[in-house]
Design a protein around this ligand. Structure first.
Ligand SMILES: NC(=O)c1ccc[n+]([C@@H]2O[C@H](COP(=O)([O-])OP(=O)(O)OC[C@H]3O[C@@H](n4cnc5c(N)ncnc54)[C@H](OP(=O)(O)O)[C@@H]3O)[C@@H](O)[C@H]2O)c1
Length: 234
């Protein structure tokens, strides 16, 4: 039984399309795609770690890495998010970084043979813990450092010497550099969506008045997936 009129259906589907355009077929999707495939230079079977993994970008990076045949572990800040990573997005393992008193040891548990690729969303203590766990010729794609954005003084990183003796490549990137390659991204991602190979979770707040709280919530992990604020549905 269809409960929508034709007009309502039209509004509903154009709303869905706008939501998609802001999420997996938009900026976060492109960030995940170019950050992973171009900056990380991944190979089948490699060991991939993603921080802030349930976020708009991280959830896609993990799924792209699984499609490539990698072993994938993500971290996030709640049990709900950890369950999502393992049960919806198909990560091999996931852990709640807030419950790990020693991040270095936690990473050693999940990556006894080391990390080939670290997709960096968090920075600070997390980056410091990752460095000693990197494998020879590992790659770190620096997408963001959300833990540092609101600090008066950024935290230091102390384990940088690892970069030398393990020949690790650390490379930052900004998604706008890849906007001219949007058709290439769509050629990849649209079939994935059509064939049900990619899952995506959004977190929608209704009403412009909830915009400030939605923004602030990103920094305490209140969002699950891409945070969107609906100003109007028509
Ligand atoms: N380079 C680029 O072109 C580009 C483009 C888009 C985004 N970015 C960056 O990529 C990163 C991820 O963005 P996104 O849109 O995927 O994220 P998002 O959906 O906005 O989610 C942010 C998540 O970060 C985690 N977080 C917040 N504060 C944290 C802290 N102090 N320590 C650890 N985790 C924290 C929270 O999850 P938990 O509950 O897991 O803590 C939060 O839900 C951000 O750093 C963003 O600035 C870069």
């Amino acid at each position: 039984m269809c409960i929508f009129s034709y007009k309502e259906k039209e509004i509903f589907f154009s709303f869905q399309l706008i939501v998609c355009a802001f999420s997996f077929i938009g900026m976060p999707g492109m960030t995940a795609y170019f950050g992973f495939y171009q900056v990380c230079s991944p190979k089948k079977g490699e060991h991939v770690y993603i921080s802030a993994a349930s976020g708009a970008v991280g959830q896609l990076v993990g799924q792209f890495a699984k499609l490539m045949g990698c072993y994938v572990v993500g971290s996030a800040g709640s049990k709900e998010k950890v369950d999502l990573l393992k049960n919806k997005f198909g990560f091999d393992e996931a852990f709640n970084y807030k419950e790990e008193p020693d991040l270095n040891a936690a990473l050693g548990r999940y990556f006894p043979e080391g990390i080939d690729i670290y997709f960096e969303n968090v920075g600070g203590k997390m980056l410091d813990a990752v460095l000693p766990n990197m494998r020879l010729r590992g790659r770190i794609a620096v997408c963001g450092m959300i833990s540092q954005y609101n600090l008066d003084k950024p935290e230091g990183v102390f384990n940088l010497m690892t970069v030398v003796y393990k020949r690790v490549r650390i490379e930052g990137f900004v998604v706008t550099d890849y906007y001219d390659q949007y058709p290439k991204f769509l050629d990849f991602v649209l079939p994935c969506i059509r064939e049900g190979k990619i899952e995506y979770v959004e977190d929608i707040s209704e009403g412009l008045e909830n915009g400030p709280a939605a923004l602030v919530g990103l920094f305490s992990g209140q969002n699950v997936g891409k945070k969107l604020v609906v100003v109007a549905r028509e």
